[in-house]
Design a protein around this ligand. Structure first.
Ligand SMILES: Nc1ncnc2c1ncn2[C@@H]1O[C@H](COP(=O)(O)OP(=O)(O)O)[C@@H](O)[C@H]1O
Ligand SMILES: [Mg+2]
Length: 314
């Protein structure tokens, strides 16, 4: 039985028992290996600026576009740079570790585009955006990492809005629609020097189609190559409700799959995981567990990653 199947079975038995989920053993899994089916990138008419270097010192050369309110984030129970020792910051410290290990090429397998990380789940409301922002915050707090948070759940875009970005800001859809616009044009700098945002962009008739288009493939290649020194986190649509999510999953090296404890059914988890390529690295976050550390909302986390036949639970 694969590790994924074991994890799903555990979730299933948890549901059946109606017991609270043990955060230390109810999640986590992955499969592996490099993938070669995608065509090499052809970057046409896009950003010609030099490849940027990791931003270690605060960015003083670029003005801040967005002032993220740490108080708002804290109010929502999220990771904030001014509370690096909060329980949730500690949780995300462990969650990000295997992701960063893979990016550094020190994981069990060498991945294609390990710096591209998709945060997804089976359905809506399971905590994708919540998890994507926390992960982005947590990684941005590392001295030597720059994070690009891409709001790719176009039809339900909320990540950028939660961070204070006006809905009218150009973003991903505009880049996908207009071949003269490139990702660099829509990146917003924030008051967290290592965190930048690509908003979802303005609503277009073909917004969701665009996410599954060749343009999206080109954007992903550009992000992987031109911004290879950055960690790119896609807050993404749910796998079971949209086709685009599967396309985005095929473009990234790592998937963080969010499961809402006592909410996401075992069947939904299985069906959604079946939609992912074997070649992508998959980690799981068990979100909204009830009996771990107490946050204002009474949620906690369980999480874990397993690779091949082994499993590491944090
Ligand atoms: N662990 C958590 N603690 C507190 N609130 C959470 C947690 N996970 C999700 N939420 C809240 O649940 C709601 C749905 O989460 P969201 O991240 O928007 O889901 P999705 O992006 O998967 O649709 C939001 O109001 C979010 O703030
Ligand atoms: Mg969301």
């Amino acid at each position: 039985m694969s590790i994924i199947e074991k994890a799903v079975e555990k979730l299933n038995s948890t549901e059946a028992d109606h017991r609270p989920v043990n955060p230390n053993c109810e999640s986590g899994v992955v499969s592996e290996s490099g993938r070669s089916s995608l065509e090499p990138a052809r970057l046409v008419g896009r950003d010609q600026s030099p490849v940027s270097k990791p931003s270690i010192a605060p960015n003083v050369s670029k003005s801040v576009d967005i002032e993220i309110s740490f108080a708002d984030l804290a109010e929502r129970g999220m990771v904030t740079p001014d509370s690096p020792r909060s329980p949730i910051a500690e949780e995300y410290r462990s969650i990000k570790r295997p992701l960063l290990t893979n990016i550094e090429g020190k994981g069990a397998v060498i991945l294609r585009h390990p710096n591209l990380i998709m945060v997804t789940s089976a359905l809506q409301g399971e905590g994708k955006t919540f998890s994507a922002i926390n992960l982005a915050m947590s990684i941005a707090m590392e001295q030597d990492k720059t994070v690009l948070l891409v709001d790719a759940d176009i039809s339900k875009a909320s990540a950028a809005r939660l961070l204070g970005v006006p809905d009218s800001s150009p973003g991903l859809t505009d880049v996908l629609e207009d071949e003269n616009l490139h990702v660099g044009d829509v990146i917003l700098h924030t008051n967290i020097p290592n965190l930048r945002i690509v908003p979802a962009g303005r609503s277009h008739d073909r917004s969701t189609e665009l996410l599954a288009s060749q343009s999206m493939y080109q954007v992903a290649e550009e992000l992987a190559q031109r911004y290879a020194d950055r960690v790119v986190i896609f807050d993404s649509p749910p796998l079971l409700l949209t086709n685009e999510a599967q396309v985005v999953a095929s473009l990234v090296g790592q998937v963080v799959f969010v499961i809402a404890a006592e909410q996401t059914s075992q069947r939904a988890v299985s069906e959604a995981l079946d939609m992912l390529d074997d070649e992508v690295m998959v980690g799981m976050i068990l979100n909204k567990t009830k009996h771990t550390f107490t946050s204002k909302y009474g949620y906690g986390y369980g999480y874990g990653y397993g690779y091949g036949n082994t499993r590491e639970t944090n």
